[in-house]
Design a protein around this ligand. Sequence first.
Ligand code: IP8
Length: 273
Amino acid sequence: MRDKVVVKWGGGLITEKSQLCTANREIIHSLVDTIITCHNNNMDVILVHGAGSFGHLRAKKWRLNEGKIDPSNFTAVDSCTTQEQAVKLVRKDMLTLNSIVMDELTKADISAAVLPPHMWAKSTGENFEGDLQFFASAPEGIVMVTYGDVVDCDEPQMFGILSGDDLVTRLAIEVPNVKRLVFAIGGVDGLLRCPPQRATEDDLLEIWHPGIIFEGEHQQNIDVTGGIGLKAARGAKVAQNGIEVMMVSGQHPQRVADACIGVATRGTKVVSK
Ligand code: IP8
């Protein structure tokens, strides 16, 4: 069986994060080549993408990450009047974002199959329920794709947000033959010692483990999942299982490709200690 790499394309990278449902097609198009590089280097790819403005904005407004809450917390807007409706809309928007990703893969002659989490996964966090067998048994050269989504939860929560960062953690650890996990992120070269607006070139942490303190920026007003801090924590857990973990800028596809095939590049290598 060929080696596999799990790659996460961050939502902040592949969408315009502050503009509802706006994809960054140019970036998506440029990232597709990195998958071809993996195939040319005998590696299969499991691709997970984030939600960006197709998920976080509406999920935040309707507090979907908190599960079902008292309807009196909300004022109806034309397009949506209840949390249940918001769940359906966010799932639909995520299918739209995913179809853009799938379309770019198809245009590059890459065979891919998508497994939308709301159809096979339940509950949130890294202990979500769901059978990862389909990802493990994909034929050589077929890219298995999934993404951060709104999933069903048990009562009383009813629904919640399953982040792509939790999906990559489980996929990297549980699918056999995964050699690497690569986070392609937007706006930064990796983990920085301080928030990006204050950082200089020298503030990139080339190696990070949970003992190293950094001031991660989390856009609480936009994000319903954990931002860079969640990626770092999940990355360390994956590294603990003997899998290489890199965070690189997705705005430099060459770095993403290099990280995927194990060539040294600018970014942050995440280790467990
Ligand atoms: O961007 C979030 O997934 P993430 C999913 O991978 C939604 O954390 C629907 C907001």
